[in-house]
Design a protein. Structure first.
Length: 258
């Protein structure tokens, strides 16, 4: 996968207030003990987003820092885990990614080292551990599957791509991206990575996009907003047919006046 690194300069993009970037969103400021607090005295921020009629997402951040935990629930109070859950390392990279169904572990769970590489993968069925594989086994299986896919590819098969290529992507960012006000005021910079799917008509399903490298709440949300507002991509083609594909896009936020 080839990445296009995008740097967002304060001098390049006009500022806009994006303290709240999604509908049905609530921000709660918390002190070091996890109790509600005034913004100036807060140590943490909790973002609660209603994704749809049956799903709420709870994102727990260090104030002006990266994600600590992201979890999806089936109730507005956040009591019943249902959907994707991600725990993050102190530098904002995932260290655990898994899924719950009605409060019970299900499907594949991946565990990573603090530096990022995969450490272990486990598979659960209705809360029961079915198998566990170390990183070497997962890597061998992934390499074998990749080789099999490559052997089946035919002329004309392509990965999903932004229409018009890198030049058009940069033009889209220049027009759309806004450096968050609070990030400017607090001199927050860093590289966000957004992982997302592109479906067979080139759309990015909203729930498919998630933060695979976190910087801060407002910067992460701006990166997600950019991806979710993206025009239709050119979908991937595999074995001559349109297919879903998964991408990971880094965006560098850097404050530099010009």
């Amino acid at each position: 996968m080839r990445w296009l690194i995008v740097v967002a300069f304060i001098g390049a993009f006009p500022l806009g207030s994006i303290a709240q970037t999604r509908e049905n969103e609530k921000i709660i400021f918390l002190d070091k003990n996890g109790q509600p607090a005034a913004e100036k005295k807060a140590a943490f921020q909790q973002q609660i987003v209603q994704v749809d009629d049956t799903t709420w997402e709870y994102n727990f951040y260090r104030k002006n820092g990266p994600l600590i935990r992201s979890s999806q629930t089936s109730d507005a109070q956040g009591r019943v885990l249902n959907g994707r859950i991600i725990a993050y390392s102190p530098v904002g990279r995932p260290d655990t990614i898994g899924y719950y169904k009605r409060g019970v572990q299900t499907g594949d769970w991946s565990y990573y080292t603090s530096a990022g590489p995969l450490l272990l993968r486990r598979h659960y069925d209705d809360g029961v551990l079915i198998w566990a594989k170390d990183s070497a086994t997962v890597r061998r299986e992934a390499d074998s599957a990749k080789a099999a896919r490559l052997s089946l590819r035919i002329a004309g098969d392509t990965d999903a791509a932004f229409p018009g290529g890198d030049t058009a992507w940069l033009r889209y960012l220049n027009k759309t991206l806004r450096y968050p006000d609070d990030a400017v005021m607090n001199n927050i910079m860093g590289t966000v990575e957004v992982t997302f799917a592109v479906d067979t008509v080139g759309h990015i399903p909203e729930q498919s996009a998630w933060i695979s490298r976190s910087v801060s709440l407002s910067i992460d949300q701006e990166a997600l907003r950019i991806m979710r507002r993206s025009p239709a991509w050119t979908p991937a083609i595999y074995k001559g047919r349109l297919t879903w594909s998964y991408k990971r896009q880094p965006i560098v936020f850097k404050l530099e006046t010009r």
